[in-house]
Design a binder for this molecule. Sequence first.
Ligand code: AMP
Length: 207
Amino acid sequence: MNIVFLGSPGAGKGTQAIKLSDDKGFTHISTGDIFRAELKNNTELGKLAKQFIDNGELVPDDVVVDMVDAKIKSLGDIKGCILDGFPRTLNQGKAMEGKIDVALVIYIHVDKQEIIDRLSIRRVCGKCGNIQPNSENGLCNTCGGTLAQRDDDKPEVILNRLTVYETQTMPLIDYYKDKFYQIDGAREIDEVYKDILSVLEKFNAGN
Ligand code: AMP
């Protein structure tokens, strides 16, 4: 059973996807994380993606689709995937038809102003990868590592990412309307997670 997590940058998709994967044994596939790992390793794919990521643009569809297709083929026998940040355009959604069955689309909705506020203070721990709001001492509240701001969370890039989201990703809401569940993401992490679990229960009960 494969699940797509849809939502604006900063809506909490990654946090919830990791929680659900750890809890229920799904395989978490975050295209953003894959690109950041490629970038860190200075691969050709990473260098190509960087030009787009740094400007808040999307990496071209064919590159992302090939990457996800290869990733899925490499996974072998798994319970199912949580696709986090993919698909992000109608073309990507259509290109994956027949390659992966999407059972359920969970859309985490958060108002634009709250997204801007969240992304502006979002920091990532360089040591353990934890994502959290900036702290007073600039250190991670989980492991004490140093927090850093993602380059694409800088104010000038945030606005472009949101425009790209509205124009290119939001059409997927209609595309997936038959398997679509909306969740209010403007709440505590655990509250949002509870709703995700109840969507899964309802879905499993109805199938
Ligand atoms: P994320 O961490 O999901 O916000 O992704 C960070 C950046 O990676 C995005 O702003 C895009 O530049 C790129 N990216 C991630 N996923 C995709 C995708 N499905 N299609 C195109 N670009 C993507």
